[in-house]
Structure formats: C-alpha cells, structure tokens
Design a protein. Structure first.
Length: 160
C-alpha cells in the first residue's frame, strides 16, 4: 500500500506486513490482488504443489496472482480440488532445479518465473466439477473465497 525509500508496508487479511526496499523490489504487494485466482494444473503439477507448497508460472504469462490460489486439476480429475493461502509472491525468479523445471512443461531453461510460496494447501470440502456442456477452466479466472465455497459446478463461479 505504501512505498518509500525504506521499503513498503502492505496490509493483508488485517495484518500489517513491512518489507525492506530490497524485498519490495523482489515481491508483489498482495493487497492489490484479487482474493482468489483459479488456475488449471495437470495432476502431476498438483502433486508437486502439495509436496512443496510452491506454484510458479513464466513471467511472460502476465498473471497478477491472488491472495489465495484455487487449483482446477485437469483430466482425469476434471475439478477444482484444492485451494491455498499465498504467503509471498516472488518476481523474476530463475528456476535451476531440474525437478521444478520438469513440473512446468512449458517452461524453458533460463526463463524467469513468478513464484508463489504457499502458507498451506487444503482440500476443498467438495470438488467443484464441470456442469453438463461446460468447458474446463483454461488459463486463470478470478473469484472470492465466498463464491468458491458456495460453488457446486464451474459455472457457479461466474454467477453474481
């Protein structure tokens, strides 16, 4: 919210977070983000997220992110199964670990990523599946926790 020569002050979920100037340059101010960003992932990527509490995508995607992430797991699951609270979003990170490079099939070696360090990842009380004739989630979509928990199918996420 506030940036100066010393760094920044950000208010997240009612808590005040102070960041030094160097940290401010490397991270995203989360108070300016949507509450929930819903992302499509493959089953093996979901396993990586559960094991490592990290998610990342190329900076070139230009996605802002969210204070929470919800994960639509593609075939054979075909549903939003988990959500996570984001602890910190790091900008312009160079991934060198081969395990992490394999996690993102579209990532090229030497490409910069936006890295989401997750506080926790939890399973949703009930999966949010596609309704009859609905398309799967592709790319990303923004929502709120209230709508996410009320939704029974994908189309419910866009209802007001």
């Amino acid at each position: 919210i506030l940036e100066n020569d010393l760094g920044s002050v950000d208010k997240i979920d009612g808590k005040t977070v102070f960041k030094c100037k160097e940290c401010t340059r490397k991270t995203v101010l989360m108070s300016r983000l949507p509450e929930v960003m819903i992302i499509a992932v493959k089953p093996d990527s979901m396993n990586y997220i559960l094991e490592n509490k990290k998610y990342f995508f190329p900076e070139a995607y230009r996605r802002k992110g969210g204070r929470y992430l919800a994960f639509y797991v593609s075939k054979p699951t075909g549903a939003i199964t988990h959500y996570a609270k984001v602890k910190t979003i790091f900008k312009n990170v160079l991934i060198t670990n081969l395990k992490e490079l394999r996690h993102m099939s579209k990532l090229k070696k030497g490409e910069l990523v936006k890295l989401f360090d997750l506080e926790w990842v939890k399973e949703l009380p009930s999966k949010i599946r596609r309704g009859k004739g609905e398309s799967p989630i592709q790319g990303r979509q923004n929502s709120t926790l209230k709508i996410l928990f009320k939704s029974k199918k994908i189309s419910d996420l866009t209802k007001k």
